[in-house]
Each structure stands twice: as structure tokens, then as C-alpha cells.
Ligand binder design. Structure first.
Ligand code: FES
Length: 60
């Protein structure tokens, strides 16, 4: 198991939370992840990381 990582320091959202939301709700965009988890909705600095997670899960 990969260790969990804090992705969004503004909203205190961890990678595991984002991964779970993407899988459960079939999210495709950074905006959708923001709506579900609030990650990326404050300063936006973590949006690149969120995009990477999206690619990791959805993209092939
Ligand atoms: S670190 Fe995610 S919005 Fe600021």
C-alpha cells in the first residue's frame, strides 16, 4: 500500500480521499474533484497534483 499524502494543504485533503472520490463518482476533471472534496478550491496550487491523480486513475 502506497502511503497517504496530503495533496491540498488549504482544505486538508489527502490523496486517499481524492482517489476514493474519483473512483466512486467517476470524476474526470479537477473542477469535479473540487466540487466533491473541496480540494483545489482555495489557492489552486494543488490542482496540478489533482490532475496527476486523475491521470493516474482514469488515464491510460
Ligand atoms: S493547496 Fe489546494 S487549494 Fe490550496
Amino acid at each position: 500500500m502506497e502511503e497517504d499524502k496530503l495533496i491540498c494543504t488549504c482544505m486538508d485533503v489527502y490523496k486517499s480521499t481524492i482517489v476514493k472520490a474519483i473512483k466512486e463518482k467517476n470524476l474526470k476533471t479537477v473542477e469535479e474533484v473540487g466540487e466533491e472534496t473541496e480540494a483545489g478550491t482555495v489557492c489552486g496550487q494543488c490542482q496540478d497534483d489533482i490532475q496527476e491523480i486523475l491521470v493516474e486513475i482514469n488515464g491510460k
